[in-house]
Design a protein around this ligand. Structure first.
Ligand code: N01
Length: 543
């Protein structure tokens, strides 16, 4: 390790105005903005062998975006928006990768991306006012501005179950799926995890495998996605309504291309409410939340949606015992990220699928032949971990960031993240974070949050260059106020009431329990950022 770092230091650094880490949605747009709008020299460092970020790594069976395709794309350019045509209501992983490659080719981005390049350390040097970035491949870069575009869900969380390494079959995490795919034919497959990912993967694996055993620790709601090929009429609508679709995604709290009704659950009669839920169920997708304004803020309101969804599970699943385990949900609807599915609950009616209730029989160990619970052994050929991510802070802490005065980000965030608007960190000058903790990010339709963050960061750097300012770092006071605002916004919702939530870091042992994303709404957040920018990027100290 010491020899490798010596070698890196002795090698001449490649110097750029800006280094961007990550070539997903965020990194691609950040490159375009800094290079083509501000005229900076920029290099993107990407650990993957291709672009796409989340969509490069998450190739698991059934991987598909839960946002509707006409809203899950860049909207900053009308030409770009109109030049692409989605094929389905929800874009699948392969189609999103094709889309991102289309964007990169059209904007000529690939020439400035270094693939297979993993950032190992990034240190701020006060004497040169530059960031020095070392990669695992032995290269060194230097830049005035460092922008992390590493995503919120890119560090896999594989639980440390005793004996995990002894499993004799093949094992995979959904966030690091083999590019060649996995052949499930004739195999006994175990899947651990029933979050948004496990719920997408279950029906597809069940259809291909000899037998699928789903290990459920926490039961989850899910609404049918009702995915379908887009009609010619809808494609025409999307192509001719760019401005309207963009305006809706920017006006709503969650960045999706639908509006949320401004009525309370209790403004309607129980019969009317039932009809609203039933229609929303038939329509499918994340829009199920859009019928009322108070589902995520009022427990009694939430209970009405929760009861409706639990009833649906019991209606779909034929075996009463299995239905009870699936419907035994102990958190408010949508207080964890609400999954949507294509035949999830129906899958438990298949003869080749078994549900294991880990609340009744916790996992004790993984052994060469499979998974051992307190009640017995499940023999398996393949084990799939759909166990989520060290979300939001994990990808940033993995970069080895060291700021002013040798302060390490891991130490500074020991008790939880502190940021200004989720985009800047005190003690880390000229470091900009796209969709960091403290920004709405994962509570929204990501491309909308990404576009806003990237544009604000670009404007901030433009402001610095126009005014001869060399260093940007948020004031302690601004960060303290924003931390409090993030907490206040979360406390106004049911979100922090869920004990086992990755929003709180509760899925990773030892991680501080702090609510990480900003829950005040994308529209309010945008206004807050715009106001700060209009006041000379208030909250940031420039030198
Ligand atoms: O991960 P999760 P995910 N033993 O953390 C279980 C996004 N996403 O990959 O709840 C047994 O939600 C864990 O159980 P519990 C989306 O933002 C987006 O599914 O902790 N079980 C849970 O069931 C989503 O929220 C799309 O009790 C264990 C599961 O593993 C985020 O990714 C599509 C365990 C993890 O669920 C993460 O979703 C899919 C253990 N030791 C996902 N450890 C899009 O649409 C964990 N679990 C873009």
């Amino acid at each position: 390790m010491a020899t490798a770092s010596k070698a890196a230091e002795s090698k001449a650094a490649q110097v750029f105005d800006a280094i961007v880490i990550g070539a997903g949605f965020a990194g691609l747009y950040q490159l375009h903005c800094l290079r083509d709008r501000l005229g900076l020299s920029v290099k993107v460092l990407e650990r993957g062998g291709g672009l796409g970020g989340t969509w490069y790594w998450n190739r698991y069976p059934g991987a598909r975006c839960d946002s509707e395709s006409h809203g899950y794309c860049f909207t900053f350019s009308k030409d770009l928006y109109e030049a692409w045509e989605w094929s389905e209501r929800y874009p699948g992983q392969a189609e999103i990768l094709r889309y991102l490659n289309f964007v990169a080719d059209r904007l000529d981005l690939k020439r400035d991306i270094a693939f297979d390049t993993t950032v190992r350390a990034a240190r701020y040097d006060a004497t040169t006012n530059r960031w020095r970035i070392d990669t695992a491949q032995g290269e060194t870069f230097e830049a005035t501005y460092l922008v992390t575009a590493v995503g919120c869900l890119s560090t896999a969380n594989v639980p440390a179950i005793p004996g995990r390494q002894t499993f004799a079959g093949a094992k995979y995490h959904t966030g690091d799926w083999p590019h060649g795919g996995v052949d499930f034919a004739g195999k006994r497959v175990g899947l651990i995890g029933t979050g948004a990912t496990g719920i997408q993967a279950t029906p597809v694996i069940a259809a291909a495998a000899r037998h699928l055993t789903v290990f459920q620790r926490t039961a989850n709601y899910s609404v049918p996605a009702r995915n379908t090929p887009l009609s010619a009429d809808f494609k025409t609508y999307a192509k001719t309504h760019h401005a309207e679709i963009r305006a809706i995604t920017q006006a709503t709290t969650n960045g999706h291309p639908f509006t949320i009704d401004d009525r309370s659950v209790f403004d309607v009669t129980p019969a009317e409410r039932e009809k609203i839920y039933e229609d929303a169920w038939e329509k499918g997708g994340l829009q199920f939340r859009a019928g009322f304004r108070d589902i995520l803020t009022d427990k009694a309101a939430n209970d009405t949606a929760a009861e409706f969804l639990k009833r649906k599970i019991r209606n779909v699943v034929r075996d009463a015992k299995t239905a009870n385990v699936l419907a035994d949900i102990d958190h408010p609807y949508s207080a964890k990220r609400p999954p949507i599915d294509s035949g999830y609950f129906e899958t438990f009616n298949r003869p080749n699928v078994t549900l294991v209730d880990l609340r009744a029989e916790p996992i004790e160990a993984i052994v060469p032949s499979g998974v051992v619970t307190t009640k017995g052994t499940y023999d398996l050929d393949i084990l799939v971990f759909a166990t989520g991510f060290d979300a939001m802070t994990g990808p940033l802490l993995g970069l080895g960031l060291e700021g002013r005065d040798g302060v390490n980000l891991r130490d500074f965030w020991r008790s939880g993240p502190h940021t200004y608007l989720g985009m800047q960190i005190p003690g880390f000058p000229n470091l900009f974070v796209v969709t960091g903790p403290g920004s709405p990010s994962v509570l929204t339709n990501m491309p909308v949050a990404i576009e806003q963050n990237v544009e604000w960061i670009t404007d901030c750097i433009a402001h610095m260059r126009a005014n001869g300012l060399s260093r940007a770092e948020p004031s302690g006071k601004a960060v303290e106020a924003w931390d409090a605002e993030v907490q206040r916004a979360a406390d106004a919702t049911l979100l922090p009431t869920v004990k086992h939530s990755w929003y709180l870091g509760a899925n990773v042992p030892g991680k501080p329990r702090v609510f990480m994303p900003y829950a005040g709404g994308m529209n309010l957040y945008r206004k807050r950022c715009d106001d700060a920018a209009a006041n000379g990027f208030e909250g940031i100290q420039f030198t």
